[in-house]
Design a protein around this ligand. Structure first.
Ligand code: NDP
Length: 279
């Protein structure tokens, strides 16, 4: 891919999306930065008036997805789109049993359906071009399940599985799919996610240390959105970007733990595993 390419990013108002939009624009690329509150993009547009297009996009609104896709492709013209980044997402902190159904459905609409529908909207264009990257910000929570994040994990496992399947469908068309799995990054993700504090005393043993960690994490997360943004720029510039990219030491330790546990289960039960087959 050329040194300069074109990007479309969701959820650019704050955090990782905003840092990525700034990093990409600073590197001289053309960026379609989207946000459900487009006024949050004013500083970006004022800083890079020639190379940034700001568009309103709530990823749960199919009409807005179509309108943003059409406006982006018109603005990009013959260059077309090189890199799609699904970044928009929210958190929800609760035990599974005590989660509110409406809240977790809203989160699934944003974290899974948002990324799936935005990607699908761009697929005909990307497919026709026979080149491009689809980058999705999942989470370490999409690699291994953890207490207090059950439904969030479900949204991120869903999007990771979807993107793995997509990679298998479009690799031969020149499209590279990367799922980014960060650990804690210093953004508004914890402060703005809804917290449903546990009530049932049976959960206290697991959830009290959990709330303590969640309350103390904002501002102390090891990862920064700026460093993650630079890593994404590096991945996209690579001729062979990975299907999974683990971001940060916490996510690295979690991923290794997951692999070890999976490997141990596979090995310990191999005999019973193969007994299921006729031959
Ligand atoms: P932020 O809360 O700072 O940013 C989230 C972004 O998503 C905001 O721009 C927000 O817009 C946007 N968003 C939320 N709902 C919608 C929607 N319906 N349509 C369009 N945009 C929407 O957190 P992060 O930057 O950390 O989050 C970015 C991604 O990173 C998310 O997918 C998150 O799950 C993931 N992640 C974050 C980690 C962390 O520790 N921070 C760790 C692992 C993954 P608005 O300002 O309008 O709400």
């Amino acid at each position: 891919m050329d040194a300069h390419h074109t990007w479309f990013i969701t959820g650019c108002s704050t955090g990782i999306g905003r840092a990525l939009a700034f990093a990409v624009a600073a590197a001289g690329h053309r960026v379609v930065a989207t946000a459900r509150r487009p006024e949050t993009l004013d500083e970006l547009v004022v800083t890079y008036p020639q190379t940034v297009l700001a568009l309103p996009l709530d990823v749960t609104d199919p009409g807005q997805i179509e309108a943003a896709r059409d406006a982006a492709l018109e603005w990009l013209g013959d260059e077309g789109l090189d890199v799609l980044v699904n970044n928009a997402g929210i958190g929800y902190f609760s035990t599974i049993e005590e989660s509110e159904q409406a809240d977790v459905e809203t989160m699934m609409d944003i974290n899974f359906w948002g990324a799936a529908n935005v990607t699908r909207a761009f697929l005909p264009h990307l497919r026709e071009r026979r080149a491009g990257n689809i980058v999705t910000v999942s989470s370490i929570a999409g690699v291994r399940g953890s207490a207090g994040l059950g439904y969030y994990c479900a949204t991120k496992f869903a999007v990771s599985g979807f993107m793995e399947a997509l990679a298998a469908e479009v690799a031969h068309l020149g499209l590279r799919v990367t799922v980014v799995e960060p650990g804690p990054i210093d953004t508004l993700w914890i402060p703005s996610g809804k917290k449903q504090h546990h009530v049932a005393p049976d959960y206290a043993e697991v959830m009290e240390p959990y709330w303590n960690r969640i309350d103390n994490l904002p501002g102390n997360q090891p990862g920064t959105p700026e460093a993650l943004a630079e890593a994404v720029v590096t991945l996209v510039a690579s001729p062979e970007p990975p299907l999974h990219f683990i971001a940060g030491k916490h996510a690295l330790a979690g991923t290794r733990e997951k692999l070890e546990r999976l490997g141990a289960d596979v090995d310990a039960w191999e005999e019973l595993t193969v007994s299921v087959d006729r031959r």
